[in-house]
Design a protein around this ligand. Structure first.
Ligand SMILES: NC(=O)c1ccc[n+]([C@@H]2O[C@H](COP(=O)([O-])OP(=O)(O)OC[C@H]3O[C@@H](n4cnc5c(N)ncnc54)[C@H](OP(=O)(O)O)[C@@H]3O)[C@@H](O)[C@H]2O)c1
Length: 251
């Protein structure tokens, strides 16, 4: 393996959920640049098609699925060819103060942020659709360890996801399949734009000033995902990589 080929994704088939927007879209575009064939997953067929058209290389496909529906995950697994890598990116943030708790809100967040990646990973493994030495990347959040007001259910869903990933790592190591998490702080995606619209400008500015390296860009997460998907990280499994522009250094 040469220095450059270790980071290449040439010949790898990679499934990305949440590929129609934000971090998932950026990861799809970068993975294609690095030589991968992609399976793009999301609900919005039009947005997926727009990403598909921009991908470098050939052999890509899109599969439409609402991942909060278990039956659609079963169908997705039936439709998809064996993969070398997965990036579980689809996720939602719907903050609410605890006094507005409802079982429905918890279910909605856990359905997409936790149950979907758990079911998808388990079914792909069961159906032998993750190739030997494959790599599974879960997009978590610093919220798993660092709470924010209103984020109880979101934080819990990401903490559960990280715990799940560590078990996948030990259960799959026999096939050299690896499982790791990326745990970003704020990244400039539609989620951030939405939050900025609903919070006072001063509050957003004050928060942004706490990042020594500034806020994250979707490509920052995409580059780390490429490392974890590539053979360059073949000795790394069961870890969560915090990506926060220095926000939590020293805390
Ligand atoms: N942005 C941040 O600051 C930040 C920080 C830490 C962690 N994260 C995590 O990073 C991941 C991506 O976030 P993002 O900022 O890129 O968000 P985004 O731009 O809003 O993208 C979310 C993606 O999830 C997909 N999705 C939503 N509901 C779905 C469903 N029911 N079934 C299938 N796909 C669904 C959306 O596609 P469709 O609409 O086409 O279904 C979209 O592609 C999330 O897991 C999030 O928790 C984000």
């Amino acid at each position: 393996m040469t220095a450059s080929s270790a980071f290449s994704l040439k010949g790898k088939n990679i499934l990305i959920t949440g590929a129609s927007s934000g971090i998932g879209k950026a990861t799809a575009l970068k993975c294609a640049e690095y030589g991968a064939s992609l399976i793009l997953v999301g609900r919005n067929a039009q947005k997926l098609e727009m990403v598909l058209e921009k991908l470098a290389g050939q052999g890509h496909q899109k599969l439409q699925a609402d991942l909060s529906d278990p039956t659609q995950i079963v169908r997705l697994v039936e439709q998809c060819s064996p993969v070398d890598g997965i990036v579980h990116c689809a996720g939602i943030v719907e903050p609410y103060p605890l006094q507005y708790f409802s079982r429905q809100k918890v279910d909605a967040t856990f359905s997409l942020n936790f149950y979907a990646p758990v079911q998808l990973t388990s079914l792909l493994l069961k159906n032998k659709k993750i190739k030997k030495a494959g790599s599974i990347v879960f997009i978590s959040s610093i919220a798993s360890q660092n709470p924010f007001i209103g984020g109880s259910t979101y934080s819990a869903s990401k903490a559960a996801l990280e715990a799940f990933a560590r078990t996948v790592a030990i259960e799959s190591a026999g096939k050299l399949i690896r499982a790791n998490c990326l745990s970003p702080a704020l990244v400039k995606t539609p989620i951030f734009d939405e939050m900025s619209e609903n919070v006072a400008a001063d509050t957003v500015d004050d928060h942004v000033k706490r990042y020594p390296l500034g806020l994250g860009e979707p490509d920052d997460v995409a580059h780390a995902a490429i490392f974890l998907l590539s053979d360059a990280s073949k000795w790394i499994t069961g870890v969560t990589i915090r990506m926060d522009g220095g926000l939590l250094v020293g805390s």
